[in-house]
Design a protein around this ligand. Sequence first.
Ligand SMILES: C[S@@+](CC[C@H](N)C(=O)[O-])C[C@H]1O[C@@H](n2cnc3c(N)ncnc32)[C@H](O)[C@@H]1O
Length: 380
Amino acid sequence: MKYGILKFLEDRETGEKFNVVVFEERNNPTSPDSKEIVSGYLKSPNGSKWYPIIDELPIFVPNAIVFYKDFFEKYSDKLPPICFSAPEVQKYNNIQLRVQKGFAHEWTKFTKMLGYHDREPFEIVGLDIKKDFNNKYIFDGGCGYGRHSYAIMESGETKNSEALVCDISAAVWSAKKNLSHRGDVHIIQADLTNLQVKSNFFDFVYTLGVLQHTPDPHYTFMQLSSLAKEGGQLETGVYEIKHPLGHFVERILRRVTTKLPEKWLWTLSYLSIIPNFMFYKLGFQHIPGLNQLIRVLIRTNPNWKCSQVDTYDWYMAPYQRRYKVGTTESWFLEAGYQNLIRDKLGYGCVLGQKSSGAPETRNIMMQEVPKEFDGITLFS
Ligand SMILES: C[S@@+](CC[C@H](N)C(=O)[O-])C[C@H]1O[C@@H](n2cnc3c(N)ncnc32)[C@H](O)[C@@H]1O
């Protein structure tokens, strides 16, 4: 953890900076005259909460103890008493553990940079990866293995910018492998619905393929919209309703697939290679009926590996919503954003700019997650 990350962070309860307790430091490889923290913890100013720094990354998820037992054991005599009670951790596990495990599996198995595809979500809303990301504080919400931040920060043209990238799952360790060589990228494991991050601060906030996988996407959107400063931009990308019949089939299949162990589902998702081959190589994409049938069952992609990974994602994610075109725009307007641009390719990406006088959106109420929500695709 580079000390520079502290400018992005703030304790939500007090609105103040964290205090840092260091167990182990090392020379910062990207700036040899400064240090970075290998292990320790961040402590809120009133002492009510603390968050571990494990192997250089700050970990804000309340169930850190589930994933990082070794750290808690190793430093048991130096750490304060755990600040999340067992029932709180259990409740959190019930809501997010499957999300964390499922995506961790995906993004530790697949960590390949895809070049054009990683830049594409920005280009389709009119942003130029070589010009539009200079002198910016950037926030990547739900970074996965960090491919979009890699595209921006490694474009070779991005100057004087710093990025804070965040994911709820152990995908952050893949993001670390891909991005930690850069002194201008900071990584945290955190939940977008409870970020210890400054609001009204960032120049560019983006979240691609993430909102629909959170229990209350409108709430998550509002949290992210609060991070951009006045005049700053927010880009979101969500799944939209394209083939209502197909989504109905998807909904039925997901009732089963979302209950399968990640490893089984990962193996099963290799079956997508066959229909994907038929679609592109045998010309099924041009045959009405067969085209739709295949696209109902799998995520097609000219690259078979991307098809397999996306198909796993589609059938694994416990929360998955699809939205009517226009829903995200209505959220942008509600949060005081203007100059909205929708991508022309129908990928469900929208870019907006925060206006002066935009309302405070951070403290809205989260919807209670219905019990039967788990494993069902909902439509809004
Ligand atoms: C479909 S992947 C997209 C990853 C990345 N944005 C990309 O396009 O490659 C969704 C990501 O969102 C993360 N995620 C889901 N819920 C989250 C939450 N509440 N807070 C932070 N990240 C979350 C998952 O762990 C996963 O890595």
